[in-house]
Design a protein around this ligand. Structure first.
Ligand SMILES: C[S@@+](CC[C@H](N)C(=O)[O-])C[C@H]1O[C@@H](n2cnc3c(N)ncnc32)[C@H](O)[C@@H]1O
Length: 335
């Protein structure tokens, strides 16, 4: 899937204004529709504006104008008798809510970006006073929202991974920095008879426990808290999804070094990250690359940069399943 270059909206003042204003107001209203409960209410069945106003505590006249925007932009539908109803796009708005909430953190980083880059800090630290994962440790609500956002990212990419990148037979898979366990559970569901280890920072691992316990696959999962800079559990397939892109090369080599120290000779590491195209294109990878410049010390990498990183950490790249639309899979074996 190609995205339209932003510059293509800058041929006329009308287009430039409508692109900027439509996106800004659209993001604000999608957020409001989710936070006020309107989206959830519509997903449970059709409702009038008056009913939505009562349920959300919003004034009916202003809500009517907000709903006009959502209907005009084809996010909800006006059906029989003026009742509003959900469409698959309304459900997608619900899915996107966690990402849109992360913008509460991102916009302040944008404000700090110029002085932060000039002084060598990350914009996240400049805006929020500490590195992202320490910040999350003391802001559990933001951390839980980030976990939901990661779950959405995983659901977006699962189908591609299972269709395009079958894993070699394995007994135990460890998802390193596995967040809420969405990817691990999906992999265990796809590969019957295997076992999985969810490894993440202690507070993140604890937060994942209830959802894992509620899964029918719970008895195949072990949850382990710790830091991948110190040690990782033993497994024969390691997943690193959206991990290496958070860190600069030396930090990545420390993480990969911990895996290299315990991986069996026939073990495998699957790095699931965006790969930058050799020629810059207006795709998802380039935006997530800049997002990493805002959030932490990491970056997206070109294929040859990822390969060099793995080689300098004691691995050989065995297979690459490239995905120009999103995350690719780079699978490596120890040498
Ligand atoms: C960008 S998220 C990716 C989450 C998950 N792999 C996914 O793709 O959905 C990065 C993850 O790394 C975890 N993490 C950060 N520092 C860590 C550390 N030192 N040890 C273990 N996990 C860490 C975070 O808690 C978070 O879950």
């Amino acid at each position: 899937m190609t995205t339209r270059a932003i510059g293509q909206h800058f041929d006329t003042a009308d287009d430039a204004f409508n692109w900027a204003n439509g996106n800004a107001i659209g993001l604000i209203l999608i957020r409001l529709a989710n936070e006020s409960g309107i989206v959830a209410r519509l997903l449970s069945g059709p409702a009038s504006v008056a009913e939505l106003a009562r349920a959300s505590g919003l004034p009916t006249d202003k809500l009517g104008r907000i709903v006009d925007f959502l209907v005009a932009h084809e996010l909800v539908e006006a059906g029989e008798g003026g009742l509003l109803q959900a469409t698959p796009r309304t459900a997608m708005m619900h899915e996107a809510a966690s990402y849109i909430r992360t913008l509460d953190l991102t916009f302040p980083m944008g404000l700090e970006m110029l002085p932060a880059l000039r002084s060598g800090k990350t914009p996240f630290e400049a805006a929020h006073g500490q590195p992202v994962f320490s910040y999350f440790a003391s802001h559990p609500e933001q951390a839980a929202n980030f976990g939901r956002f990661m779950g959405w990212m995983t659901r977006r990419i699962e189908r591609f991974i299972f269709a395009e990148h079958p894993f070699h037979p394995f007994g135990t898979v460890a998802d390193i920095g596995g967040s809420g366990g969405d990817l691990l559970l999906a992999v265990l569901g796809h590969y019957p008879g295997t076992r999985g280890v969810l490894f993440d920072l202690p507070e993140v691992a604890e937060r994942a426990r209830p959802a894992i316990a509620a899964s029918p696959l719970a008895d195949r999962v072990e949850i382990v808290g710790g830091s991948f800079f110190d040690a990782v559990p033993a497994a024969d397939l390691y997943l690193l999804k959206q991990i290496l892109h958070d860190w600069h090369d030396d930090e990545c080599r420390r993480i990969l070094g911990r895996i290299r120290a315990v991986i069996a000779p026939e073990g495998r590491v699957a790095v699931i990250d965006h790969l930058l195209s050799d020629v810059p294109a207006p795709n998802e990878s380039l935006s997530t690359d800049i997002a990493m410049m805002l959030w932490d010390t990491g970056r997206e990498r070109k294929r040859h940069e990822m390969e060099a990183l793995l080689v300098s950490s004691g691995f050989r790249v065995d297979r690459v399943t490239a995905n120009p639309a999103g995350h690719s899979v780079v699978e490596a074996v120890p040498v």
